[in-house]
Design a protein around this ligand. Sequence first.
Ligand code: GLY
Length: 390
Amino acid sequence: MKKYFLPLIYSLAIISGCGRTDEVNLLADRAFALAKTQYAQMDEALGDGQFPKSTDSEGNLVTSDAGWWCSGFYPGALWYIYEYTGDMTFRELAWKHTRRLAVLKDRDTDHDIGFQINCSYGNGMRLTGDSTDAALYVECARILAGRFTEETGVTKSWNFLRNDWHYPVIIDNMMNLEILTKAAESSGDSSLKDIAVRHARTTLNNHFREDWSCWHLVDYDPETGAVRSKETVQGYTDESSWARGQAWALYGYTMMYRETGMEEFLEAARNIGNMIMDRLPEDGIPYWDFDDPAIPEALKDASAGAIMASAFIELSTLTGDNRYMETARRQLLTLGSDKYLAKPGENAGFLLKHGVGNIPGGTEIDVPLSYADYYFLEALVRYSIISSEE
Ligand code: GLY
């Protein structure tokens, strides 16, 4: 199994801008130059403890506090800017915003602590080797592990209950397993990894349809572990395929194969990836829900496209199957076009336009989203590392 998450920061800084002619490499140079300008501008706009979230209807920056599920993406994107450019200013900025998330060690309301802490502290520790916050990282992983029960075999996504839920688990939760596997490795506590494996297996059994599309939410009986319902929160209908859910599933199972080497997760990732590739439109960016009857007039979701691109690059590396890489290239080149990629000074400091947060909830529709930028930059870093090895 090939691992490429090594601190290749110096080589990346050296290869960037050195006359590489591959279109995606050229896009990476352009996107990271833009990211430096935009993300420095955002730092100036942010108050203490605020994190970029999206824009309002006038195009102004909307922020959140540390508790919002997306708070780790801005520091995480700063880490990718540092990784790609080697610019120490961004390393300092990344630590500044990362360490503002330390307050999360006292919070246990949802599964999102994995996103929040792994994208920020996880990348910081990976790139700098600085272990000052290693204990905090493990402490946060234990918060997520505390949401697991033997009866259900999964970690609970949300404490709030609606629609008669008893123990709701969303497909997005697959993304949060990485903090468990990484904390198991650094702390030597293998029970954290066991929980990640159990969660991924239970989800594999209950979240997927025959065609490898997935339900957004499965509700469990907390006493028996029986499935009570399968439904959507952010998709078109309970039976439709919400594009970002498919993206989380693809990324989550690819990551779990990387972390465990277990073939069942690789097979799942391949099947999900094949389903996605069969149903993507020509430009590679999915409509917000694969089953919205308004297609081709329906909105596309740049965030789902970026998450898929990053996952497809990793899946291609792990399998040697070039179809996944070709799909990722197509997605990245579309995201790098004028339609999606902002010009300097535009888009309230974000990079990508046209993300879809939550259409049924009436929020964040056709806007920039911090996670679209994060996975776009991650995909470009992953692509550049692979190119530099060829
Ligand atoms: N985890 C929430 C979302 O993907 O919108």
